[in-house]
Design a binder for this molecule. Sequence first.
Ligand code: HEM
Length: 228
Amino acid sequence: MSATAQAPTSPPAEVPFSERLKAATWGDHEAAEYHGFTRALMEGTLPLDGYTAMVAQHYFAYVALENLGRALIDDPVAGRFHQPELLRVPALVRDLEHLLGPDFRDRISPSSATRTYVARIEQMADHPEGFVAHHYTRYMGDVSGGQFIRQVAARTYDLTHEGLSFYVFDELGSLPRFRSGYRARLDSLDLTPAAADRLVRETRLAYQLNTEVLADLGRHHAPDAQGG
Ligand code: HEM
């Protein structure tokens, strides 16, 4: 046995839950970030109809997420994440009206991957920490990498606020401050170890479901950029 192994060890300093969550799920983030569809989007080679199709799929997911958020508003865990300035459905409606016209609802439908994603979100009605996982995966992404997508989409498609208001969070104020406040909320959840594990696992699943939605979009709109 080595001298190091025999040395008295102090218990490891507690890792904040937000750090643990990020570390445990970052590999899944990379799969979503470096997916063919996302790459085409970030490289500015995705046609506008591909961008529009992504916005349409977002619409179905956020309707589900935000309906559930309202239903869980009084829940002691999920309710802490309710914040009207975050809500994206009004922005998605504006963007789709701009991109597809006022009758956009007649012109879009959820892909099979989106239907699976929506069904999973709806199942979280009885699992508040699972709702938090889906909330985290989308909104923390929108205020982080989403801001790069906003810049690229503005350039590629010559859009101003109209068409990309989904990525505009002016009412939140400073995004870095929002992100640290969000992490503090995660850290103060005081979850049982089992609930914390469920939140981590559900976040991994949320990333995978998002990657499936992107894969489906890629097959239709970026067939030359497939792969993760
Ligand atoms: C173009 C694609 C993407 C880029 C360039 C990107 C980039 C980034 C960057 C730079 C961060 C900040 C990392 C940090 O704070 O150290 C971040 C965080 C995050 N992204 Fe993405 N991302 C992309 C796609 C996605 C997707 C598709 C999702 C989920 C569906 C997602 C979810 C998240 C989440 C939840 C965080 C917060 C992690 C944390 O701080 O705990 N991202 N992303």
